[in-house]
Design a protein around this ligand. Structure first.
Ligand code: HEC
Length: 260
């Protein structure tokens, strides 16, 4: 009886882990593996701002060049800063032990990051650093509290701080709650608003969002480099099945013609 009780408790565990899901509302994006221009821009940001600390050890430059429709010579000239060859994996020379002592944690490999956390998480995380004097690098992150990573895109985004202000109240699904009498959205005071100090970054908020979108799109590509291939092959497989259905239909008619 006791064993049965323990077993049923264990079977209920997934329910509890679901309840402890992300507490922050993530901004949702639709990644697009067929948008080569976006992926190319994303790769440029990635090699310029991320590869110094993070590796992508399961991604080769040459494979990205082919998949993103870029001539390998151009990739070698403009997107490799480590002196590596275009056939090599996207790695760096950082010693993980030293990095762990600098940042409190070693920067993880990011080839598989979007599979691990999801594109919405990465997109929101990269835009959620804010000034916090209590942290070693002067910044904290709403999505990943007390993260060891500095805000490496601050020169583009500008200085972002947490401020107070009125926000629209939303339910658990992110839908605005309205007053049942007036139909107006209900607002409430929040001190978790993220505001960028104007003129401190080289980009406007819209340009910055687009840059982080491209970056996330590229990271999503790295997580599933076969996605466009499988979509293309899938299309042919469906066309083939349709063609065969038509052929077999006429074949069946031919076989049964003499029976009736
Ligand atoms: C100066 C070094 C440095 C640079 C440059 C850097 N990061 Fe990081 N990053 C870190 C460290 C250190 C961590 C681990 C922090 C921790 O676990 O507290 C981290 C963690 C992350 C994580 C969370 C990993 C996880 O799931 O736990 C993501 C995502 C990430 N970085 C993305 C990026 C992207 C994208 C760029 C380029 C725009 C970038 N990083 C540039 C140091 C860096």
């Amino acid at each position: 009886m006791k064993k049965l009780f323990l077993l049923s408790l264990m079977m209920m565990m997934p329910m509890f882990s679901q309840a402890a899901g992300p507490s922050v509302q993530l901004d949702s994006i639709e990644v697009d593996a067929s948008d080569h221009a976006s992926l190319q821009r994303g790769m440029k940001t990635y090699v310029n701002y991320c590869l110094g600390c993070h590796t992508s050890q399961y991604q080769r430059y040459i494979r990205a060049a082919e998949d993103l429709h870029m001539p390998p010579e151009l990739v070698a000239e403009h997107l490799i800063f480590s002196g590596q060859k275009v056939g090599e994996q996207m790695t760096n020379a950082m010693d993980p032990k030293l990095a762990a002592s600098w940042f409190g944690a070693a920067p993880p490999d990011l080839t598989n990051e979007v599979n691990l956390r999801g594109a919405d998480w990465v997109y929101t995380y990269m835009r959620s650093f804010y000034v916090d004097g209590a942290r070693p690098y002067g910044v904290n992150n709403v999505v990943y509290p007390d993260v060891g990573m500095p805000n490496v895109l601050a020169e583009l985004q500008g200085i972002q701080s947490k401020t107070c202000g009125q926000v629209t109240k939303t339910d658990a699904h992110g839908v605005a709650v309205v007053d049942s009498l007036t139909g107006n959205p209900i607002t409430q005071e929040s001190c978790d608003l993220l505001t960028v100090e104007e003129g401190t970054g080289s980009m406007t908020p819209a340009q910055f969002d687009a840059t982080v979108y491209d970056l996330t799109n590229f990271m999503a590509y790295m997580s599933k480099p076969y996605k466009t291939d499988s979509q293309r092959i899938g299309m042919w497989a469906i066309l083939f099945t349709l063609l065969m259905t038509v052929l077999f239909y006429f074949l069946k008619k031919e076989f049964w013609r003499d029976v009736h």
